[in-house]
Write a protein that binds this ligand. Structure first.
Ligand SMILES: C[S@@+](CC[C@H](N)C(=O)[O-])C[C@H]1O[C@@H](n2cnc3c(N)ncnc32)[C@H](O)[C@@H]1O
Length: 201
């Protein structure tokens, strides 16, 4: 699994080779303890009712150039659906969830994703100026995704992430939080399980 370290020492799953570190991770389909429920789910398969338990969802979808690589890394055929269908699947998932759903991405991505509202934000792991969109909720001022996730963890109890990767969202857990996490890649679930077992979140 290709990961990169953020400036504050957190781990992030990346499709880009530059500066990435290959880590050996076991593929896991499902994992649960008192803090987290994590499982494999392909967003193309629609809404998953295990997210009913979440108060809010925060997610960092694949960028258009990374989408093909992420799908290949998960052993999926990226040509079966394509990137615009991926964004449509996120839109539909957010609508069905019906509670606050925050999603980061480029301004171009927001045009297709069509959230209820969006505003600029710096994406902490990359340091890039991009956007955050919201469905079923409201936006609040935050300079970057790091402080945005921290605010969500303070405000809500159960946090969901449908593209959990190496668990950047999960790494912000406060003592009162529980997490519902999914990803198309079983290695991501293996990574989360390992972090949880080592008490790293
Ligand atoms: C930009 S990364 C998210 C990184 C993550 N926030 C982290 O902490 O590492 C995008 C994630 O979306 C996942 N993904 C891509 N296509 C997917 C799909 N069809 N269904 C579910 N997850 C998908 C990838 O496996 C990857 O983990």
């Amino acid at each position: 699994m290709r990961t990169m370290k953020t400036k504050d020492g957190r781990t992030y799953f990346t499709a880009l080779k530059k500066g990435s570190i290959e880590v050996d991770v076991k593929a896991v389909t499902e994992y649960e303890n008192e803090k987290v429920k994590a499982f494999v789910h392909d967003i193309h398969d629609g809404y998953d009712s295990r997210f009913d338990e979440a108060d809010v969802i925060y997610c960092e979808p694949a960028w258009r150039p990374g989408y093909v690589k992420f799908m290949e890394m998960a052993g999926k055929d990226p040509q079966k659906y394509g990137y615009n269908k991926y964004l449509k699947a996120i839109h539909d998932f957010a609508k069905q969830f019906g509670k606050p759903f925050y999603c980061i991405g480029s301004v171009a991505m927001m045009k297709i994703l069509q959230p209820d509202d969006s505003q600029p934000i710096v994406i902490t792991p990359h340091g890039s100026n991009d956007a955050i969109g919201v469905f079923n909720g409201t936006l609040f001022d935050c300079p970057n995704t790091d402080s945005f996730i921290t605010e969500l963890c303070k405000k809500y109890t159960v946090i969901g992430d449908i593209f959990c990767g190496a668990g950047y969202t999960f790494s912000h857990a406060l003592p009162h939080n529980r997490f519902i996490l999914s990803d198309v890649n079983p290695e991501c679930i293996g990574f989360i399980a390992k972090e949880a077992e080592h008490g790293n979140c």
